[in-house]
Design a binder for this molecule. Structure first.
Ligand code: AMP
Ligand code: MG
Length: 427
């Protein structure tokens, strides 16, 4: 054992053993006492209590995609805005329009300015999709259902009142809520806002982020790899995950495991709302992140969460900047980003729903979690079935790349094949 009772100033060997077991480390120091491993729920609670939505801003509709509404929006106009034709054809009075009826065509109304035409029984107006309904008309007969001869048509079908007429307000009433605060703005949302004449929309504050990947072993893609080196994949991973949250990283840099370069990189990174640091947050001799953050005045709120993979996760702040320290193993970085960084960032951006989408799926095989932490199993959901993929180890990036869902298995939980489970999906 690499610790003694003297280090704690206590004589209780059980106490030491509990600490050693809960930290799973042979060496226990004061840091580990101060920062007990906390549950995911506790971590999320602390994160979401600490961060708050940034001030909103108005953006043109075209740039609003995937941001979150910072206020409620209500319909200024009914939809459709006026009664109009759903077809190319003829506007008619239905009661004078039995099969075989002959009608006189008295004018034409294309989509566009209302020509204020008026018809009575026995008359028709040539009309096109989206054109305003002439006064007196209560139905449209499709052009395919008439035979035209000069200024007359004969109708080949029975026509009922309301046929192919789109009534004002049948889709949306004026004053109805069209977008709620915190809702994500999707393609159809910007279309709806545009249909209401909104040229811009107030969305949650722009969140800026920096990414630092730490590690002496890391080499940038495109460079030559030497023995013992690996390519840095987390920078790309984390930038991509940020992008999926609607944030583009302003700085993405690699830094070596030395205090000076780490210190400089952190100082640059904290000019943003969010700083994501990959690697160097565990308890190894070369894991300097927590120490350097401390030296730079960080308040560390969380260090180590009972989650597998991703236990060394760290969260704190330096001034206004929130710092997320993610373990360097790619799957750990991925899982902790989605479980902890993502909801915090979305909250800053004004999102109401901070959870990943969940879908029910039938489990493809038996699964038991006999570890001491909830385990996020990577797998693929296809046709309602969840199948774990790849090695369930924190370095196994290939399996992760084939997966599209995470299944959380609680400590001691045993799941049986064909059981219906809820899985989180990310794409
Ligand atoms: P660390 O969290 O720094 O102890 O790193 C844990 C593991 O993740 C080690 O095997 C590292 O080589 C690997 N790792 C750390 N950073 C990266 C990165 N940016 N890209 C790929 N692997 C990494
Ligand atoms: Mg490292």
């Amino acid at each position: 054992m690499g610790f003694s009772n003297l280090q704690f100033g206590v004589a209780d060997t059980d106490f030491c053993r509990v600490l050693a077991i809960s930290s799973e480390l042979p060496i226990v120091d004061w840091q580990l006492i101060r920062f007990g491993v906390i549950s995911e729920e506790e971590a999320r609670r602390r994160l979401l209590e600490t961060v708050s939505p940034l001030d909103g801003r108005a953006v043109p509709l075209a740039s609003a995609l995937d941001f979150f509404a910072a206020q409620d929006y209500f319909a200024r106009l009914p939809l459709p805005v006026f009664d109009n034709s759903a077809m190319d054809g003829y506007a008619v009075v239905a009661s004078s329009c039995r099969k075989g009826a002959r009608l006189r065509v008295i004018g034409e109304q294309p989509a566009g300015p209302d020509r204020k035409l008026r018809i009575t029984r026995g008359e028709a107006v040539r009309i096109f999709t989206g054109a305003p309904l002439p006064q007196g008309a209560d139905a449209i007969v499709m052009q395919e259902d008439v035979t035209r001869g000069g200024r007359e048509i004969s109708v080949n079908v029975d026509v009922g009142a309301g046929d192919f007429v789109r009534r004002r307000g049948c889709d949306l009433a004026k004053g109805q809520m069209i977008l709620a605060t915190g809702e994500r703005i999707r393609a159809a949302t910007v279309a709806l806002l545009a249909s209401q004449g909104f040229a811009e929309v107030t969305v949650g504050g722009e969140t800026t982020a920096a990414v630092i990947s730490t590690g002496d072993e890391l080499v940038k893609a495109g460079e030559e790899l030497e023995a013992g080196q690996i390519y840095d994949s987390n920078s790309t991973l984390l930038s991509a995950l940020l992008r999926q949250c609607g944030v583009s990283a302003t700085v993405v840099e690699h830094c070596r495991d030395d205090r000076q370069s780490l210190g400089h990189a952190i100082k640059r990174g904290i000019k943003n709302h969010v700083l994501i640091i990959s690697g160097g947050v565990s308890v190894g001799k070369h894991d300097l992140v927590k120490e350097m953050l401390g030296e730079l005045g960080a308040e560390i709120e969380i260090w180590r969460v009972a989650v597998k993979p991703g236990k060394p996760f760290l969260f704190g702040n330096i001034g206004e900047c929130f710092v997320f320290g993610l373990p360097g193993n790619p799957v750990s970085a991925f899982v902790t980003f989605l479980q902890f960084a993502r909801p915090a960032i979305l909250r800053m951006m004004g999102a109401a729903n901070l959870d990943l989408p969940q879908v029910p799926a039938k489990l493809a095989g038996d699964l038991t979690n006999d570890s001491d932490r909830p385990h996020y199993i990577r797998g693929k959901v296809e046709h309602g079935k969840f199948t774990p993929v790849g090695r369930q180890e924190s370095h196994a990036l290939f399996g992760l790349s084939q997966a599209n869902a995470l299944l959380r298995v609680a400590v001691g939980q045993s799941l049986k094949s064909d059981e219906i489970v809820d899985v989180q999906i990310w794409d």
